[in-house]
Design a protein around this ligand. Structure first.
Ligand SMILES: [Zn+2]
Length: 162
């Protein structure tokens, strides 16, 4: 057996989780997301299952354009909810998400930019559709959606979208 190179400060515990958080893996937004979860929703580190992937919960809407992505995502969500008996799913998108600017994943024809419609509007619409998509999985869960955006004072606001 090789010698360990690091040992945790605290002994291992396996806390109970009833919450799944699906958010973007963006290194810039993740710390604020964790702060929001802890300070506003009372969900400290280790108290929720985390699915942090590029674009966050947007993969749930790719059933037609990238069905394999959507299939994998649905499997992850179902696996976690069923295996851990989760009751509550929290989805969070953020402003300036690079995933949305990536033509390979969110092509122009799916971007739905209409007159006066911004990327923010598109993301907020997506969040509402994501809530429907999660309910359509038929799991016994409640769903909450939030949008993180930079405010004029340089901080990050979280607003509820559904
Ligand atoms: Zn992102």
């Amino acid at each position: 057996m090789p010698e360990p190179i690091y040992t945790s400060r605290e002994p291992f515990v396996e806390p109970e989780s009833t919450v799944l958080v699906i958010c973007c893996s963006s290194n810039a937004f993740l710390p604020y997301t964790q702060e929001f979860l802890e300070r506003q929703l009372g969900l400290g580190p280790g108290s929720y299952d985390l699915l942090a992937v590029p674009g966050g919960p947007q993969f749930l809407l790719l059933t037609e354009y990238l069905p394999k992505f959507a299939w994998v995502g649905h499997r992850w969500v179902k696996f976690l909810v069923e295996r851990h008996r989760l009751k509550r799913v929290i989805v969070i998108s953020h402003e300036e998400c690079a995933w949305y600017r990536e033509e390979r994943f969110v092509p122009q024809f799916l971007q739905k930019f209409g007159v006066g419609k911004s990327l923010k509007d598109r993301q907020r619409e997506d969040l509402r559709e994501i809530v429907h998509a999660l309910h359509a999985l038929g799991l016994p869960i409640s769903v909450e959606a939030y949008y993180a955006e930079k405010s004029s004072d340089g901080k990050v606001h979280f607003v509820r979208e559904g």
